[in-house]
Design a binder for this molecule. Sequence first.
Ligand code: FES
Length: 228
Amino acid sequence: MSIDTPPISPQQYEVLHGGGAEAAELAKQRISRRRFLRRSMLAVWGVSATSAVAGALFYLYPNLSGGFGSVLTVGKVSEFKASKPSEFKLEIQGVYHRPVARTYIIHLDASTQFLLKGDDLKSQLSSENVVKDKDGSYWIALYQKCVHLGCTVPFRDNCVSFKCPCHGSHYNVTGEFLDGPAPRSLDRFQLSIDGDNIVVNTGAINATVAHPDATTRLVAAPGVDCSA
Ligand code: FES
């Protein structure tokens, strides 16, 4: 849009160059029109700039929105019954989906048999964001997104594990890689226990849990076939 002075008619030219009250009035109108156009342009620019800044802030600091990307309370400790890995059942024991946080809350019973011991176990629990509770049970917040190409991975009771419907990546109850095209184990968030609440920091993603081997695997593969 141009803010140049609009063209004038020959009659207007005559009046302007002839001087007098009529000329003054016409000149005043032309100045107001120019001012109006300038102000309109500034207003449009202001609205666009404000929207752009708000959008940039949202992407840079998603936790400002209070949704995914922020620290979220996903439920009370009592809502998540613990289970041994071989007895997990979605929303009943061991594994719970919380879509608002895009997470699966994993609650392993204190009697869980890990494949590692001592300091090896301690350091692996820490590098996999596994939180030990005061009652001896263990908590993990797994990101629901498949690390292959991003599909949401469902937990399958019949497989006692997570199996991606897109290309078949397969992860055990702690999110550790079992088989398929995924380049690593499932990512996980920081989880904390605040009094009675389970709190997940969905802005802090640990994407460093590699394919496990005999020196790093925490939990044995499920003893059921999950080929389909
Ligand atoms: S997106 Fe999950 S296996 Fe490809």
